[in-house]
Design a protein around this ligand. Structure first.
Ligand SMILES: Nc1nc2c(ncn2[C@@H]2O[C@H](COP(=O)(O)OP(=O)(O)O)[C@@H](O)[C@H]2O)c(=O)[nH]1
Ligand SMILES: [Mg+2]
Length: 201
């Protein structure tokens, strides 16, 4: 019954029929510096034997090869926003607009800079969603960057709803380094978006 599916590194993939070419999953992560992009990739994939990091012009490139599926992840920081105008993206690239759930400024950055820049390029055959990082399971009342974490989080939630509507962004996924399943959820959502599941049973 489940023979069409393979699990690898906590992610589920449809098994490829013999002779078919490997699946490619291209991800572009952007958002304010320090919102947690790098560690999301490093913590999730860093232990995999195929994990490679390469500093390239305007971006850092990560490659990870799981069974039948190759990930290519580019991380862009705010200083690299020009890159969006210039870069060639492969079909079906998934863009992850990342923010820190405790930092409304990081969401403002998406709203004012990254998303408009991205939307200005009309791109067919691309997918995108929001990723809220540092959604830690054990939130305490300690302050981060001078703001109360819980207040920051509530304010951010409201703005996220707005953004989703305004830019037709689809959905948001929250995750934390302290919750491996939540990180898997981000990457599984990417896989399922690019390769929708074809069999139900
Ligand atoms: N509490 C918490 N801190 C995080 C989380 N993810 C990243 N950080 C911290 O946020 C800081 C910036 O993370 P980094 O991945 O370098 O951000 P980047 O600039 O977007 O690549 C680092 O000190 C991380 O340890 C998380 O899920 N929870
Ligand atoms: Mg980084």
């Amino acid at each position: 019954m489940h023979t069409n599916w393979v699990e690898d590194f906590g992610l589920v993939f449809e098994r490829i029929t013999a002779g078919a070419s490997n699946c490619l999953v291209d991800i572009v992560m952007m958002g304010r510096e320090k919102c947690g992009k790098t560690e999301l990739v490093e913590f999730y994939f860093g232990d995999h034997s195929s994990y490679q990091v390469e500093e390239q012009e305007m971006r850092v490139q990560y490659t990870i090869n799981l069974s039948n599926t190759a990930f290519r992840i580019w991380i862009l920081d705010v200083k690299d926003i020009e890159f969006i105008k210039l870069a060639e993206f492969r079909d079906k690239t998934v863009f992850l607009f990342c923010y820190d759930v405790n930092d409304p400024e990081s969401l403002a950055d998406l709203e004012e800079r990254w998303i408009p820049e991205f939307m200005a390029r009309s791109m067919n055959n691309m997918y995108w969603f929001l990723v809220g990082i540092k959604h830690d399971p054990n939130v305490n009342q300690s302050t981060v960057n001078g703001t109360n974490r819980r207040d920051g989080k509530m304010a951010t939630r409201e703005r996220v709803k707005d953004l989703l509507k305004r830019f037709r962004l689809g959905w948001t996924i929250e995750c934390s380094l302290d919750d491996r399943d939540s990180m898997a959820n981000v990457f599984q959502s990417v896989i399922d978006t690019v390769y929708p599941r074809t069999t139900v049973n």
